[in-house]
Every structure is written in structure tokens, then in C-alpha cells.
Design a binder for this molecule. Structure first.
Ligand code: FE2
Length: 383
């Protein structure tokens, strides 16, 4: 056994922990730059609660869903002008990912698009204290900022040790106001990340423990959170599972599910988590061929125990994913999410030409295989 596991983010979890925001920020830097989305943090009252504890803070509001590099440049210029010394994202994955790039750009000259890649902010980054209000991306505990690079319209990643938030305040009470669609979409992102972590070429024994536990929790509690947003137990469990999935991909990164799914988002506006969910069945039926014991473990965590053999794992994982999607009233067919079959060859060729999108993916991958996987997702079929 050989692995590295690093998680430098201090995790503070529980109902009401938002009340510790002022104290935690105080020790890390002066004049917080709060980074948030268009309206939900203000509407839900979370922004007001944060400002009451951070009277010196300035607010950059309006981070878009799937934010772009240019918006990060704009926010960093705003933060520099105000003389901010710490960045506090409040919201879902979009503000959290944007905040990491902004924290880097505060100490490194832009433009943001120049920093795509790993450990590119050589002059460091401002400290980040993340306050998630959705239960999905786990971005509060990862060193990744996924952004749309406006130079080519592609989703790309800025990653780096100095982008791990110093602290993550996980207060499940902040997630109660999430609408059902956001609950489902973000919950499915957490599921996808946990599942991908298990089969990633970079999986570790320790991250597998977290990932399989996240799968068990999501299967049990995501339908309940979707059913009743005020189910405090379900909200708490989902926020916990999403954080676990973040801890997983901080080690393992994601696989071809995320690598293929992003085109559903950039081309058809399919929510990130939903895009991944539509690819889980084809990719994990593919994975069953190459890592049947791992896929069987995921299937078991999702309530479908099976023998650790390729055929049995393929059947069980397909049934498990379809059952969960069905419970959530989600069609497994990408066609139903508006994806056009005529573009799948173009998508597959594009992905095949960018190997970093599948560098952690097991099994044989080429343009023809990617095309088959897209086809299967399009039809929502079982192999
Ligand atoms: Fe994700």
C-alpha cells in the first residue's frame, strides 16, 4: 500500500457554525472580500449574517453559474482596489471556485486565463474561508477552481496547493433554502465525484473509505432532502456527504464523467451535477470491465450488492444508478435534457484530442469509445 493524503482545510461542521465566521476570519487576514452569487445569499439572509460579523468586508456579488475567467479578473481588481486581505466565498460551487482564482489573482498579475494549470500562482494566494450554501461540489475542501476560459469557451481548471481554503464552515442550516432542482443537481455532483474517486487512477485506500460512505449517505438522504428541504437530518447528511466527496477528489481528481459532462453544460446549459449523473451509467458500466471489485463496492454502497466480476458489477451498477435517478424523478437519457444526438461525434473527437480530460480514467479510451459512451448516455440505456 502506498499513497499520499493531504487535507489542509480546517473543517468546522454543524448547525449554527456560521456564527464562528468573524472569529475564524480575524486570525487569517484583514478586510474580507466576500464573493457571492447573483442573489441567493442575499435573499436567504446569509449575506446579512456574514456582514454582521465582518463589518470591514466588501462584497463582490453576481458570480455567474459556471463562472468565467474574465469575471474573476474583474472581481480581483475590485478586491485589490479595496485592499482586501482574505477572500470569503459564500454560496455554491460557482462562487467558491471563482473565489480561489480571485485569491490567486490578488497576489499575481492577471489575466486569469494565463493561470490555467497546476500550481501556477507562484506568488501565493490570499487565505480563503469558504461557506458553502449548497451540498454538492465539495469545493470548500478542494484546491481546484474550475472556470470557463473565455478565450476558447472551454471549462478548465486552475489547481494549486495554495488554493485549498484555510477553513470551511459547513452550516447545514444554510442549505435549507435550496430549491429542489438545486438540491438534486448538486447532490448528484457529490455522488458523481465520490463514485469517480473510487475508480480514478489516483484513488487511495483512505479516499475510498470516504467515497463509499458518501455514496451510502447520498443514496439514503438525497431523496429525502429533495422531498422536504426543511428535513434538517437530510440536509445535514447531504452537506456532510458533499464535503466527503470534495475530500475525495482533492486526492483523486475526477475522471471521464466530469471530462465528458462539461460539454452538456457549456453547449446545452445542463446543470453540472445533472450532466455528470447522465454519464454515470455508461462510464461505470465501462469501468466494471476494468475494475469489477471497485465497481461492485460502489454498487453495494448504493444498495445493490453483487459479485466482484465484470458482468455482475456492470449489471448491478446500472441498476443502482437507474434506481436512484428514478427515485429522484430524473430521466437517465441525455436526450431528455436537450442534448442533440447529431453533435456527439464532434464532442467525442474533441474530448479524445484533449487527453487531460481522461488522464485519471481507467480502461481503453479513444474517440470511438467516447462516442459509444455518449450514445449510451443519450439514450439512457443499460449495457
Ligand atoms: Fe463536480
Amino acid at each position: 500500500m502506498q499513497f499520499t493524503y493531504r487535507m489542509p482545510t480546517k473543517i468546522v461542521f454543524g448547525p449554527g457554525v456560521l456564527g464562528q465566521l468573524g472569529e475564524i476570519c480575524e486570525s487569517l487576514g484583514d478586510k474580507p472580500l466576500i464573493v457571492t452569487g447573483r442573489q441567493s445569499a442575499r435573499k436567504s439572509g446569509v449575506l446579512e449574517q456574514a456582514l454582521a460579523q465582518l463589518p470591514m468586508a466588501v462584497v463582490y456579488e453576481g458570480v455567474e453559474e459556471d463562472p468565467g475567467t474574465e469575471q474573476c479578473d474583474e472581481a480581483a481588481a475590485f478586491g485589490r482596489k479595496a485592499g482586501c486581505g482574505i477572500v470569503v466565498p459564500i454560496g455554491g460551487g460557482s462562487p467558491m471556485d471563482a473565489a480561489k482564482a480571485i485569491a490567486g489573482l490578488m497576489l499575481n498579475d492577471g489575466p486569469c486565463a494565463d493561470y490555467v494549470g497546476r500550481d501556477t500562482f507562484t506568488k501565493g494566494a490570499l487565505p480563503i474561508v469558504a461557506v458553502p450554501t449548497t451540498a454538492g461540489t465539495g469545493s470548500e475542501v478542494t484546491p481546484y477552481s474550475v472556470l470557463v476560459n473565455e478565450r476558447d469557451g472551454q471549462k478548465q481548471t486552475i489547481g494549486g496547493e495554495n488554493l485549498f481554503p484555510r477553513a470551511a464552515l459547513l452550516d447545514p442550516l444554510l442549505t435549507h433554502t435550496m430549491p429542489r432542482s438545486v438540491t438534486v443537481n448538486t447532490g448528484l455532483d457529490a455522488l458523481s465525484q465520490a463514485m469517480e474517486g473510487v475508480v480514478s487512477k489516483k484513488s487511495t485506500p483512505k479516499s475510498d473509505v470516504l467515497a463509499l460512505e458518501a455514496c451510502r449517505i447520498i443514496r439514503r438522504w438525497l431523496p429525502a432532502a429533495a422531498e422536504d428541504g426543511n428535513n434538517a437530518g437530510a440536509r445535514s447528511q447531504m452537506l456532510y456527504a458533499a464535503m466527503l466527496s470534495g475530500c475525495v477528489i482533492a486526492q483523486t481528481a475526477t475522471t471521464l464523467v466530469h471530462g465528458m459532462g462539461y460539454l452538456f453544460t457549456t453547449e446545452y446549459g445542463v446543470a453540472h451535477g445533472m450532466a455528470n449523473a447522465l454519464l454515470l451509467t455508461p462510464l461505470f458500466q465501462h469501468n466494471a470491465q476494468y475494475a469489477p471489485e471497485k465497481v461492485a463496492a460502489v454498487a453495494e454502497a448504493l444498495g445493490h450488492p453483487c459479485e466482484a466480476a465484470p458482468g455482475a458489477a456492470r449489471t448491478a451498477i446500472g441498476a443502482a444508478v437507474h434506481e436512484l435517478l428514478d427515485t429522484l424523478s430524473v430521466s437517465p437519457a441525455a436526450a431528455d435534457a436537450g442534448v442533440d444526438a447529431n453533435r456527439l461525434t464532434e464532442f467525442a473527437d474533441g474530448i479524445a484530442a484533449t487527453p487531460y480530460r481522461y488522464r485519471n480514467q481507467i480502461g481503453h479510451i479513444d474517440a470511438a469509445r467516447i462516442r459509444e459512451l455518449y450514445e449510451q448516455a443519450h439514450q439512457g440505456a443499460l449495457a
